[in-house]
Write a protein that binds this ligand. Structure first.
Ligand code: SF4
Ligand code: SF4
Length: 194
C-alpha cells in the first residue's frame, strides 16, 4: 500500500510537464500562423467601390430575354410559374393574330424569390434567365415586385441565337408545321396502323 501511494503522488508532476510542452507547441503554432498571414498579400475586396466579376451562371436578378429577331421569347406557357417553389411568378397569357402567344403582363415578386433557378430550367424558350446582378436590395419591400417592363431586356441573354419558334413544330403565319429549322414533317398517325 505505501508503494501505491508513492506512485499516485508522482503522477500529477508528469502530466503537468506534458501539458507545458503541449502548451508551448500550441503557442508556437499560433504565432507561426499569425506570422504567415502577416507576410501574405491582403485579399480584401473593397466592395462596393471595387466590384467583383461574377461567373455568368451566377443566380441573381431575373430577366425576360428576346429572340434574335427582337421578339419577346416568353410564350406565357406558365411552366416557370408552376415550377416556382415559392409561387412568386404570375402572368396573363394571350395570343397574337399570327398565332404567337405572349404574356400580357408578367410579374415576379423578388421579395419571395429564393434564386433557385428552377424557372430558368423549366422554360422551353430560354425567355426567363437569372443574371449575376445581385445588387437588388430595396428598403421598401413593395418595390421588389417587378412588372414585365422592368424584367424585359433587349437581348437574348446566355443563348442569343436560340429562337423557340424555329424549333417548335407549330404552324404560324411565318411557317407551317415541319417547315421550321431542322424540323421533320409531322408524322401521319394513320401510316402506323397495321
Ligand atoms: S429563381 Fe426559383 S424562386 Fe425565383 S422565380 Fe425562379 S423558380 Fe421562383
Ligand atoms: S418565361 Fe418561359 S416558362 Fe415562363 S411562361 Fe414564359 S415561356 Fe413559359
Amino acid at each position: 500500500m505505501p508503494s501505491e501511494n508513492r506512485k499516485n503522488r508522482t503522477k500529477p508532476a508528469q502530466s503537468s510537464e506534458v501539458s507545458l510542452a503541449e502548451t508551448l507547441k500550441a503557442f508556437g503554432c499560433g504565432f507561426a500562423t499569425t506570422a504567415k498571414h502577416l507576410l501574405r498579400k491582403p485579399i480584401t475586396e473593397q466592395y462596393p467601390e471595387e466590384k467583383r466579376q461574377l461567373p455568368p451562371r451566377s443566380r441573381a436578378r431575373i430577366v425576360l430575354t428576346r429572340d434574335p429577331e427582337g421578339d419577346e421569347r416568353c410564350v406565357a406557357c406558365y411552366l416557370c410559374s408552376a415550377v416556382c417553389p415559392v409561387s412568386c411568378i404570375s402572368m396573363q397569357s394571350a395570343q397574337r393574330e399570327d398565332g404567337r402567344r405572349y404574356a400580357v403582363w408578367f410579374r415576379i415578386n423578388f421579395g419571395r424569390c429564393i434564386y433557385c433557378g428552377l424557372c430558368e430550367e423549366a422554360c422551353p424558350t430560354s425567355a426567363i434567365q437569372l443574371t449575376p446582378d445581385f445588387e437588388n436590395c430595396r428598403r421598401d419591400i413593395l418595390t421588389l415586385v417587378f412588372e414585365k417592363q422592368d424584367l424585359l431586356v433587349d437581348h437574348g441573354g446566355k443563348d442569343r441565337e436560340y429562337n423557340f419558334y424555329r424549333h417548335a413544330g407549330i404552324a404560324t403565319d411565318g411557317a407551317g408545321k415541319g417547315a421550321h429549322f431542322d424540323e421533320d414533317q409531322p408524322v401521319d398517325p394513320t401510316t402506323n396502323l397495321p
